[in-house]
Design a protein around this ligand. Structure first.
Ligand SMILES: [Zn+2]
Length: 141
């Protein structure tokens, strides 16, 4: 599947948009339109919820063998991130000196970054990636 189609079909990923149950306040990402806890749609309504975009790395791996279009980015880190809302997603983590620096427990935040360039057409695609989060009050080492 090409990247343009991928992003078109996953606008929630692009905007990091989930849903929130107005009955129990639980947040879902990827978005769900029926709350699995409250179940009955009549109990609560689901509304769109923009995720804060901050989270913690749960697991990570370093990719040396890229998908087509990502050749100029290897090696890069792909991680499972648990968002502070409690939802998990798999995403690329960039802006690190060494992709091996991306380790479980690391705090990250979403950022708008170049996802892929199409060398043939010169088109560059942007979307959400994750980058290291520097907590307020701490200094980067
Ligand atoms: Zn609910």
């Amino acid at each position: 599947m090409g990247v343009p189609r991928f992003w078109r079909e996953q606008p929630h990923r692009y905007r990091l948009e989930g849903t929130r149950c107005t009955n129990c306040d639980r947040v879902y990402f990827p978005p769900r339109w029926v709350c699995p806890v409250c179940r009955r749609e009549s109990v609560g309504k689901m509304e769109r919820h923009k995720m804060d975009g901050t989270g913690t790395v749960v697991a990570s791996t370093v990719v040396h063998d890229p998908a087509p279009g990502f050749e100029d980015q290897v090696p890069y880190a792909v991680a499972i991130i648990e968002l502070d809302e409690g939802c998990r997603l798999t995403t690329q983590v960039s802006d690190v000196a060494d992709p091996h620096d991306v380790v479980p427990g690391m705090r990250v935040k979403s950022a708008f970054r170049r996802i892929q360039s199409d060398g043939a057409s010169g088109v560059i695609y942007y979307g959400t990636k994750f980058v290291p989060l520097v907590e307020q009050g701490s200094t980067p080492s």
